[in-house]
Write a new protein. Structure first.
Length: 178
């Protein structure tokens, strides 16, 4: 197979993704990156997750990240699908992390139980004796306050979407929490 030359590559089309396209991408995937800050430092870490009803549910290990998130809960979370340099889709959500306490208030116990059910759909032995990642004992949820998506494609799709460079930033905001 010969490599395409500079002149044979299709020009990419960049566009904003619709809210339903963003949610479909979140539903198709299980690994993303959470970005959080503390003082003058930004950290980004990969985590697995489940998306359901306007929330991302995941689990992590106890430690500095959890301590930071308890005091600075605002995060960004990114999920990508990459097929090539100019063929990709990327979704970013902004929201607040909630770490439910399985022994806490009735609402915390309910949030913990529902998150655990969703995590066990992905990892059936999560938090059991046969857990493949037993160090990940902390369940968390991120409320999706804002969701944006962008894509690039070199395929001829017949779409007439304007390139991203010509569109104003218009994130879809989620009203309410729950």
């Amino acid at each position: 197979m010969t490599k395409p030359t500079k002149h044979s590559q299709r020009t990419p089309t960049f566009r904003e993704m619709s809210r339903s396209e963003c949610e479909d991408l979140l539903l198709r995937n299980q690994v993303g990156r959470i970005a959080f800050t503390f003082h003058d430092r930004v950290d980004v870490e990969p985590v697995h997750y489940v998306y359901s009803d306007g929330w991302l549910h995941g689990r992590t290990s106890p430690g500095t990240k959890v301590a930071t998130l308890l005091h600075h809960p605002w995060v960004a979370f990114e999920v990508d699908e990459v097929e090539g340099m100019f063929d990709w889709r990327s979704v970013i959500i902004h929201g607040a992390v909630h770490i439910p306490d399985g022994d806490g208030s009735p609402s915390d116990r309910a949030a913990y139980a529902s998150t655990l059910v969703l995590i066990r759909e992905m990892v059936p032995d999560a938090l059991d004796a046969k857990d493949p990642a037993p160090m990940r004992q902390v369940l968390f949820r991120i409320h999706v306050d804002e969701i944006t998506g962008r894509s690039s494609s070199t395929r001829a799709t017949g779409r007439t979407d304007a390139p991203v460079e010509h569109l104003s930033r218009s994130p879809w905001r989620v009203e309410g929490r729950g």
